[in-house]
Design a protein around this ligand. Structure first.
Ligand code: G3H
Length: 541
């Protein structure tokens, strides 16, 4: 089907897909999880509208697919009380469990989670418009992340199951939890990036309050039951509702020990400032980014085009790691643009469950208008949309727009578009992209495309001191999850990866004694009679 026909037919005769990914009825999230109880909510609800539109009379409307509770400050503070009771100043059932016991609970949760994969994947498609392939990938990647986290914890525990003798002191060092962790993930990875912080925080002995992202809420319905079944009461609680009603009050108590937030730096700043004890609150933040690609004249052009395509348009450009500005050496720009726009023309557009679909509707309210304004501003300052159908919209669908030539007067040069708009900046000398990176408020990643080892080496040595990952002839990305994921400036605080996340939600704590015979005898007795979880040389195999 050509692009024009596909655009014309978008949302026409929307029939729910038959079979396993159909949505026969609305998903009504009527309960929230507090202290091991799925409590029925009798107050106000917020309707969930899918980015998938349906025809109503002579116009299209976003399909209503369910609703979830709008808790108030009162419930939010009750949830905090439950979490504090579960943590019990570090003496609760969960923080006092052995590592093996916590792993057992996590494995129970994983089994329950695997049972509900189809529902979760279906809701990722309906709630945020992610393609079936990407939604499956998000689920599978999360499962792999949980398994890898369990293995990393066993490894960490093995390393900690020994004593250190130094300068007449005998000590054992382990990582201890902070207390109550508030986890908030983003809409673009509603499952994966919420669990990327929730799972390590939890398994290390913290208790967790989590708030599902603004979009991607209903998918948690069966997972609440899984949390309820797998963990002691209060160890995982969930808040639903507007941040101002449920998150602000939590932070203002000063009783949240750690904030894990993935979203915008603006919201992160607000949240941090709501906490009255800035030194108590440990933050792990994944924030804005405007990752550039730099395409040099000697680049393998076809490879560069395909990587830029992936980098800029995977999940419609709605990734913090997306390539959001493309610097192309002037003398190859015409050929690069020709090949890039031709490749975009081949991408299948449509609804998430359509086979091989690459570009899908966008879930955020007013997103189409925001992108249109960005394109119009670039045009007003001299750029053109250089691909066929670029920027054409239908309801919640926006066809990718390639803008050329882009310069610093345009908003799209600076702003994170978080959508299918590709700004291309021609450059004559390396100073242009390098200055851009130095002056940028962001510092997450960069992609460089060249076949010249000397040039690549020189750029790498400069760029590693500006961003946190330099990708050679490859798009920017977070994974594999074993690699550190972080950023400089407004792009992040703290580092995530399977192993780093275990460290991020804990603090190294030690038990130490002067190395004399009475002390050694006490330690021997504790070890022999298995009197402590902390002072222990037991090894998890
Ligand atoms: O949205 C930000 C994500 O961390 C990007 O992850 O590179 O695996 O798509 P990804």
């Amino acid at each position: 089907m050509d692009v024009k026909t596909a655009l014309d037919q978008m949302f026409q005769d929307l029939k729910d897909p038959s079979g396993e990914y159909g949505l026969k009825e609305k998903v009504m999230q009527e309960e929230y999880l507090i202290h091991g109880e799925l409590k029925t909510w009798r107050g106000e609800f917020l309707e969930v509208r899918s980015p998938i539109c349906e025809k109503t009379g002579d116009h299209f409307e976003r399909k209503v697919i369910g609703a979830f509770p709008q808790l108030s400050q009162k419930e939010s503070l009750e949830i905090l009380d439950s979490s504090l009771a579960a943590y019990q100043n570090g003496c609760g059932v969960w923080p006092m469990m052995t590592v093996q016991e916590r792993i057992d609970c996590m494995e129970t949760f994983l089994l329950e989670m695997l049972e509900v994969k189809k529902f979760v994947v279906k809701m990722i498609m309906w709630e945020i418009g992610k393609s079936l392939a990407d939604a499956n990938n998000e689920f599978d990647r999360t499962v792999a992340y949980i398994r890898d986290t369990i293995e990393a914890l066993k490894d960490l525990d093995r390393q900690s199951s020994r004593f250190i003798k130094e300068g007449g002191i005998i000590a054992q060092v382990r990582r201890a939890p902070f207390g109550v962790v508030l986890c908030m993930g983003p809409f673009n990875y509603p499952l994966n990036e919420t669990f990327a912080t929730l799972i390590p925080a939890l398994i290390m002995g913290n208790v967790v309050i989590f708030k599902p992202p603004k979009l991607g809420v209903l998918l948690y319905q069966p997972l609440l039951k899984a949390f309820q079944k797998a963990f002691p009461p209060g160890v995982v609680n969930v808040v639903y509702g507007r941040g101002v009603n449920v998150v602000g009050p939590l932070l203002e108590t000063g009783k949240i020990d750690s904030l894990a937030f993935i979203g915008t730096s603006k919201v992160a700043d607000t949240l941090k400032h709501q906490h009255p004890k800035p030194h108590r609150l440990r933050c792990v933040l994944g924030l804005d980014a405007k990752n550039p690609a730099i395409v040099m004249e000697d680049a393998d052009m076809e490879l560069a085009v395909q990587e830029v395509l992936l980098g800029a348009l995977s999940f419609n450009g709605q990734r913090c790691t997306a390539l959001k500005i493309i610097f192309v050496q002037q003398n190859i720009a015409a050929e690069f643009n020709r090949r890039l726009t031709a490749s975009i023309g081949l991408l299948k557009i449509g609804l998430p469950w359509e086979e091989d679909v690459r570009i899908t509707p966008l879930p955020e309210n007013n997103k189409i208008e925001d992108l249109q304004r960005l394109v119009a501003d670039a045009q007003a300052h001299g750029a053109q949309v250089i691909n066929d159908f670029g920027g054409e919209a239908k309801e919640t669908f926006f066809y990718p727009a390639v803008l050329y030539p882009v310069n610093e007067k345009m908003k799209v040069y600076h702003a994170e578009q978080f959508g299918p708009v590709i700004p291309i900046v021609p450059f004559a000398d390396m100073e242009t992209p390098l200055r851009y990176i130095v002056e940028s408020n962001y510092g997450q990643q960069v992609s460089i495309f060249s076949q010249n080892p000397q040039l690549i080496a020189t750029l790498v040595d400069q760029l590693v001191n500006q961003v946190c990952r330099v990708n050679i002839n490859s798009q920017c990305q977070r994974g594999p999850d074993i690699f550190p994921f972080n950023g400089r400036k407004d792009s992040a605080e703290g580092t995530l990866s399977v192993t780093d996340a275990l460290r991020a939600f804990t603090i190294r704590t030690l038990v130490a004694a002067k190395e004399n015979e009475p002390n050694k005898e006490i330690i021997r007795k504790i070890l022999k009679d298995d009197l402590s979880n902390f002072i222990s040389t037991d090894i998890i195999l």
